[in-house]
Design a protein around this ligand. Structure first.
Ligand SMILES: *[C@@H]1O[C@H](CO)[C@@H](O)[C@H](O)[C@H]1NC(C)=O
Ligand SMILES: *[C@@H]1O[C@H](CO)[C@@H](O)[C@H](O)[C@H]1NC(C)=O
Ligand SMILES: *[C@@H]1O[C@H](CO)[C@@H](O)[C@H](O)[C@H]1NC(C)=O
Length: 205
């Protein structure tokens, strides 16, 4: 009995697999389309028109783990940016990478049928994306991340190219809460990150 039920189950499953189409091919026509129910941009369907029966055959596929389906090209691509497109793209053009302080890559926004398609691109070596000019520039300085205390001690201010300022992190509570103080080195001294104090012997680079 269990065997019969199992066999029926398998038959029903395989039939369902044959007729199931993630995309309504009659509405889209022939081509390669994203599965509208898949918010991870992995699944897509190839719709093929059969003139003999005047119907569509649908074949469901999934991109590999490192790739996403780009509806613009109809192909799986590793640089296609899934989903944030709609929220990140406000106009057609180039926008900065949403990862803070990562200026090596940027996003291209293109509007197709009122939907934004976002594609990730990276600048050529030794250039960085300048959001003002929207170009990859050799002399653009990427904003450095704001310092935040994670352990007690004195630390160089990563945003200070002159090495004059530093942070002091003081543990103020057993739960790990830190107090963050900033200081400026006196007169001609600069903060040495290895010594963790102000010195005239250190050369700021
Ligand atoms: C994507 O396809 C896989 C099979 O290839 C399936 O298991 C999964 O449920 C699909 N995801 C969505 C959201 O449809
Ligand atoms: C910047 O982001 C891109 C992808 O968004 C990634 O490939 C690259 O490694 C990141 N670079 C840094 C320095 O984090
Ligand atoms: C240093 O502290 C002052 C006052 O607390 C603050 O205005 C200033 O922005 C701080 N500087 C840095 C680099 O955090």
């Amino acid at each position: 009995m269990a065997y019969i039920i199992w066999t029926l189950f398998v038959v029903v499953l395989s039939l369902a697999g044959q007729v199931y189409s993630a995309v309504n091919c009659a509405a889209t026509g022939a081509g390669r389309f994203p599965d509208p129910s898949d918010t991870t941009c992995k699944n897509y369907t190839i719709c093929i028109y059969k003139s003999s029966t005047q119907t569509y055959s649908a074949y469901n596929y999934a991109c590999t783990s490192t790739e996403f389906f780009n509806p613009k090209t109809g192909l799986c691509a590793s640089n296609y940016v899934c989903n944030p497109a709609a929220s990140l793209c406000k106009y057609e053009g180039y926008i900065p990478n949403p990862t803070p302080n990562n200026c090596s890559c940027y996003i291209e926004c293109v509007k197709i049928d009122d939907v934004y398609i976002a594609t990730n691109y990276c600048c050529p070596d030794s250039t960085l994306f300048n959001p003002d000019s929207t170009l990859c520039e050799a002399d653009y300085k990427c904003p450095k991340p704001a310092f935040k205390c994670t352990e007690a001690g004195r630390f160089a201010n990563p945003a200070d190219d002159a090495c004059k300022t530093y942070f002091m992190c003081v543990l103020v509570s057993n739960d790990g809460t830190m107090k963050q103080l900033n200081y400026t080195c006196p007169s001609t001294s600069v903060f040495s990150p290895s010594d963790r104090f102000c010195t005239t012997k250190y050369t700021c680079s």
